[in-house]
Design a protein around this ligand. Structure first.
Ligand SMILES: [Zn+2]
Ligand SMILES: [Zn+2]
Length: 310
């Protein structure tokens, strides 16, 4: 299995258009200690080839162009076999509307995420210009699904969505009730047994730790270092928990729980532009690296080798 980090930033990216925090300013000033990051998305390929996108970020056009494996090989073509969504947050779905140029799309997501996308949404009509422009295939939490392309050819990738503690998208607050399948993590597996999990938004590790033992790689929500990261400097009234992101560095945060996350590789992604782990050499960066974590960056490639035959 190969995983390409297309975007390692949280909503807004790094730098964020209306943000003048120290990190965003440092990126704009060209500091070598911090990188530009686009919004959260990965591409995964299994042994049979083709690419499966997990989340469709607002930066999808730039992300596709930045990775030659995703370029078309014919006059109308895409190596993207299917798109899997973890929730309906706009930083994870807006990219779908950038793929509107009359090409059939296969989308895997839970029913709650699908309903949030299509109900009362006039923009969806741009993806329904012809019969079959969008094919939805439901992900049922806890049930493993073989991901197949438009012609139902298996990609070799199997995905299990697991409900993890989250929230409904901001634009659906007060419109629909929250439900466990509004926010899922994706457990990805190849037929040869190697596996990874992609949990880019999670408010508690209770539903992650029990399924984390045999993983070759865990890509985990690294949005915030601390609960008051936005509220303390007056950037927002919201705390990390209001946005359903368990912070990294607070007591009880994901770093303190590292010992329970025994994946061979542990990687923080979906990192907000305010997070001090983005700065190379910062004490927070050193603390996570000392605990064995890596920090995702746009263009990072994870090659997870096949299991050695026994
Ligand atoms: Zn997000
Ligand atoms: Zn910023």
């Amino acid at each position: 299995m190969r995983i390409r980090i297309l975007g390692s930033g949280a909503g807004g990216g790094v730098p964020q258009w209306n943000c003048g925090c120290a990190n965003c300013r440092a990126v704009r000033a060209g500091s070598p200690a911090i990188r530009t990051r686009t919004q959260d998305s990965i591409a995964v390929s299994a042994e049979r080839g083709g690419w499966v996108l997990c989340n469709a970020s607002p930066d999808i056009r730039q992300q596709i162009e930045s990775f030659a494996e995703l370029h078309p090989q014919e006059s109308r073509h895409s190596p993207i076999a299917a798109i899997v969504l973890t929730n309906g947050d706009l930083d994870h779905v807006l990219g779908l509307f950038s793929l509107r140029e009359s090409y059939p799309l296969v989308i895997y997501c839970t029913e709650a995420v699908w309903r949030g996308l299509v109900d009362h949404n006039a923009l969806m009509r741009t993806l329904r210009r012809f019969e079959g422009q969008v094919s939805w295939r439901p992900l049922v939490p806890g049930v493993e699904t073989s991901v197949a392309d438009l012609r139902n050819q298996p990609t070799g990738l199997f995905v299990t969505a697991r409900a993890v503690k989250g929230k409904i998208p901001v634009h659906l607050e007060g419109v629909v009730d929250n439900s466990p399948d509004q926010n899922v993590g994706l457990w990805l597996r190849e037929a040869q047994g190697r596996s990874a999990a992609y949990v880019s938004a999670v408010a508690s590790l209770d539903d992650v730790i029990p399924h984390g033992k045999a993983l070759d790689a865990l890509l985990l929500d690294g949005t915030f270092w601390s609960s008051d990261e936005l509220s303390r400097p007056g950037l927002s009234k919201s705390k990390a928990e209001d946005m359903a992101h368990l912070p990294i560095g607070d007591p009880g945060g994901t770093l303190a729980q590292s010992a329970h996350l025994t994946a061979r590789r542990r990687i923080y992604t979906h990192i907000n532009n305010t997070n001090p782990i983005l700065v190379e050499g910062s004490p927070e960066r050193q603390a996570v690296e000392a605990a064995g974590w890596q920090i995702a960056w746009d263009g990072m490639d994870l090659v997870i080798p096949e299991a050695t035959p026994t």
